[in-house]
Write a protein that binds this ligand. Structure first.
Ligand code: PEP
Ligand code: MG
Length: 416
């Protein structure tokens, strides 16, 4: 039994925002796995709690003792059992006792240790020999909202998807061209721009969302013409951050726009049509399943409507969404739900119901590359993990390596 757990180490490291997070090492008889947890800024209220209350250093040493006494001697290969034990030790619904970030790091590090015990990369260990498809990278080009500073666009993410790329490497290089082109276009529009970037490596100009959309659209078109690779545009509204619960309105401060829920639906449809958007994430706040359903009914045949804060990678909320017909895609962030098993179960439900699973980074990231492997292992047609920036390219470059390693690899199938 080469995959029996022999030791567990938990440490505090920093993420891309300079905030503390948790990294876990798992040692088995003949393998080793390491994973670190990311953190969100526009977190959904239904997500598990990232950290328990209290002094993180004290928590870490306590947690290491507890985990060691429970997990040493278990088989790292048995992810479902490991995850069940983690949840049992935690004992809370929102994982607030150990913290979702601790649990997800242990869950992922254990799976990596099991893969290593068999001498396999994680994507192959989890996905087997028939996981040969690479996801399309959905790249963050302009950052706004809570991922950027004051006077930046209200909408959180302006995205590009090189859906005409025939290889992952070509797709990544195409996105980097769009990113560069956008800088040139911003320089023309915002004369004070000094090249600042936001949490996910997108530019942070002092312009409105509408101007940012014009620039995104022009850059995607320019690069498509220049390279022959079709590049589509997308947005993450992160609308829970725009929603004023008291006034029941979406407030766009920079654009000086206020939309009630009905106006927001019309506005989103108008933007999708005017800019020929291929992808829209969280256009409504996290509890508005009805508006999601109306939008999906109206434009879901042409545009990917993706729920992030709406579903928080949780199969319970996804099941509700399926009932409503809300969305046709779901963001998959393992730390929103806490374990690899729960992530897998949500993904499976999504696929059974023709929801596109979009594997995703968080705005606060480390150089951990686990989600690159999960995207291939679980056949996600899209991965959202930035376009540039060390912690973002850690995933993109890992996928370039994976593509090289897979015999007869091909890009995912994307319809619409
Ligand atoms: C990645 C995102 O942001 P965060 O990690 O801040 O939730 C997102 O909203 O899709
Ligand atoms: Mg989002």
């Amino acid at each position: 039994m080469n995959s029996i757990i022999e030791d567990i180490r938990v440490r505090k490291i920093i993420d891309s925002r300079g905030n503390p997070t948790i990294e876990v090492d798992v040692l088995t008889v003949s393998g080793f796995g390491r994973a670190a947890a990311p953190s969100g800024a526009s977190t959904g209220v239904k997500e598990v709690k990232a950290f328990p209350e209290g002094d993180i250093d004290k928590i870490i040493s306590d947690i290491e003792d507890i985990l060691s006494s429970e997990l040493i001697g278990m088989d790292a290969e048995d992810s479902r059992e490991i995850d069940a034990v983690l949840k049992e030790i935690d004992g809370t619904k929102d994982l607030s006792s150990l913290g979702g970030n601790t649990i997800v790091a242990v869950s992922m590090a254990t799976a990596k240790a099991a893969a290593s015990s068999y001498g396999l990369p994680l994507y192959k260990f989890l996905g087997g020999n028939f996981s040969f498809r690479l996801p399309y990278p959905l790249g963050n080009m302009i950052n706004g909202g809570v991922h950027a500073g004051k006077r930046t666009p209200d909408i959180q993410e302006f995205l590009a998807l090189p859906k005409g790329a025939s290889t992952f490497k070509e797709a990544v290089l195409t996105n980097s061209k769009v990113h560069k082109r956008i800088r040139e276009l911003i320089d023309k529009k915002d004369k004070t721009f000094t090249g600042g970037k936001g949490d996910e490596g997108g530019w942070t100009p002092n312009i409105t969302s509408m101007d940012a959309l014009e620039i995104l659209s022009e850059a995607c078109e320019n690069v498509s013409d220049e390279t022959g690779v079709e590049v589509s545009c997308g947005l993450d509204f992160a609308a829970s951050e725009l929603w004023d619960h008291e006034r029941k309105k979406y407030i766009y401060e920079r654009d000086v726009l206020e939309n009630d829920p009905g106006e927001q639906i019309d506005f989103v449809i108008d933007v999708i049509k005017s800019f020929n958007l291929y992808y829209v994430e969280d256009p409504f706040h996290e509890n508005d399943f009805e508006s999601f359903a109306e939008l999906t009914k109206k434009v879901g045949d042409k545009c990917i409507i993706c729920g992030d804060d709406l579903f928080v990678t949780n199969k319970k909320y996804l099941a509700k969404g399926i009932k409503y017909g809300a969305a046709n895609a779901i963001i998959i962030k393992p730390n929103q739900v806490g374990t690899l098993t729960d992530t897998y179960d949500t993904l499976t439900l999504a696929k059974e119901n023709q929801y596109i699973p979009v594997m995703s980074h968080r705005s606060g990231e480390t150089t951990d590359e686990t989600i690159a492997h999960l995207a291939v292992a679980f056949s996600c047609p899209i991965i959202k993990t930035g376009a540039i920036g060390g912690e973002r390219i850690a995933k993109l470059n890992e996928l370039i390596r994976i593509e090289e390693e897979i015999i007869d690899s091909s890009m995912a199938e994307l319809e619409r």
